[in-house]
Design a protein around this ligand. Sequence first.
Ligand SMILES: CC(C)(COP(=O)(O)OP(=O)(O)OC[C@H]1O[C@@H](n2cnc3c(N)ncnc32)[C@H](O)[C@@H]1OP(=O)(O)O)[C@@H](O)C(=O)NCCC(=O)NCCS
Length: 224
Amino acid sequence: MYYFIEPMTEDDIAEVQEIEAQSFPSTWSATTYKRELRNTATNRYLVVRMSSTPPPPHPENTPNLRRHGILNHIMSAFFPSTHETTQQYPIIGYGGVWLTVDDAHITTIAVDPRYRGSGVGELLLNGLIDAAYDLEAKMLTLEVRVSNTVAQRLYVKYGFLPGGTRRRYYTDNGEDALIMWTERIDTPEYQALLSELRRQLYTRLQQQVTHTNPKIMPAPEFHE
Ligand SMILES: CC(C)(COP(=O)(O)OP(=O)(O)OC[C@H]1O[C@@H](n2cnc3c(N)ncnc32)[C@H](O)[C@@H]1OP(=O)(O)O)[C@@H](O)C(=O)NCCC(=O)NCCS
């Protein structure tokens, strides 16, 4: 199976809301999504699509998310062309990030429950990290339910550390939010961590592809 990331568009909202409804106790309205998507100066929203055949190749100059030189080696393998419509490929995950001053705040991330545990959440997080670089953020931050240890493990893997709590942050059950932060993401240390994690993720995703078709997806070159 192939997974690839694209910027979310207004046409994707209904599909995204289906995953959201299966992932969170409350959901955003279509109007909220539209407002978020239009605010392109500070926001980036992404979807992951799935395909059983290789998605169309991406052109060199799009989208902006891949522009950041250091980190494009993995993600580029998964970006399709924006010249061809990709609506026929189902959305299986989505996520978003906002820039507030120097910090990229991950606002949401979720994977269709049927496709969890296959690296899709990790792929999405990498897309959001690339978006944060694109927005020239210095650090990443997010809130996560204290009980959500699955998501916390993903974040810890990518260098997020607990930085405090917000008491009774979630209105549905009064649960506290754990605030998590990375160190600066523009350091060689963070970029080395990311590079290594991407190597591992690429191998994991490639195994899923080669399982269905051994001839495709040549390994990309990894370099800082
Ligand atoms: C959190 C979420 C996005 C992870 O997506 P996913 O595709 O299932 O995760 P991946 O397969 O990419 O796994 C990446 C990492 O997440 C963690 N993880 C995933 N599933 C896990 C599980 N069942 N138990 C513990 N850790 C788990 C691990 O650290 C894993 O890395 P590893 O395989 O090296 O151990 C997904 O579980 C989800 O949509 N949850 C509901 C929505 C949500 O809670 N979003 C976060 C809001 S803050």
